[in-house]
Write a protein that binds this ligand. Sequence first.
Ligand code: SF4
Ligand code: SF4
Ligand code: F3S
Length: 266
Amino acid sequence: ETKPRIPVLWLHGLECTCCSESFIRSAHPLVKDVVLSMISLDYDDTIMAAAGHQAEAILDEIRHEYKGRYIAAVEGNPPLNEDGMYCIIGGRPFVEQLREVCSDAMAVISWGSCASWGCVQAAKPNPTRATPVHEVITGKPIIKVPGCPPIAEVMTGVVTYMLTFDRIPELDRQGRPKMFYSQRIHDKCYRRPHFDAGQFVEQWDDEQAQKGYCLYKMGCKGPTTYNACSTTRWNAGVSFPIQSGHGCIGCSEDGFWDNGSFYDRL
Ligand code: SF4
Ligand code: SF4
Ligand code: F3S
């Protein structure tokens, strides 16, 4: 309670903003506790009250006053073609803002599959050259929190860990926090007994679908997707895509948008 709130500068590049939509729905901890008691969300051009020059001035202020002591949280990614002209923030290419803010940060969080991997705007032929954050920013610890969007409690869990222990969480080879991305959806899926028994849905709304059988033959990517959906679930633990009747499309995996995730049958 006596700890000063750590400044967070939340940037937005090419994205759909649903990572923010997910974040504000965190139930454990409640996002109001994160924003009002744990962090100081000094810049977030999507939801902040300030606008224009006032908003941009805050970036410079925090960068200089808290050099090396703030978190750069990045949603979306920079498009590099045409000198970055496909994403302009405050009259400048987003990639310039990204480089400046990250250069003085203690750590960078790449929210979602846009920042972590490129996501749908990087789909072939990637006309804007949308590029994941780690290919632009070097020399800083980068924590990838992939998912389209990531689970709310995974997002706030990463922030809580960093504030509580004053260090970044342990990461896997790809830069994801092991505590949330070390298991496949398939490892803890409640439909797994049906997979093991060879009981599969063969068509949408067939009798097997009504019985809740495994969705593997309908293209479920759970066996190759690392995320916490089958354990943490969504909407404060209520459900997740497979529980809603649709297979996992592997939205937290690199390249899912080009790898036949969308309505392909195996
Ligand atoms: Fe939207 Fe997905 Fe990108 Fe998040 S990762 S901003 S949910 S497109
Ligand atoms: Fe695995 Fe998907 Fe079947 Fe679940 S529904 S058991 S994740 S293949
Ligand atoms: Fe995404 Fe699969 Fe979870 S589609 S939300 S990783 S179940």
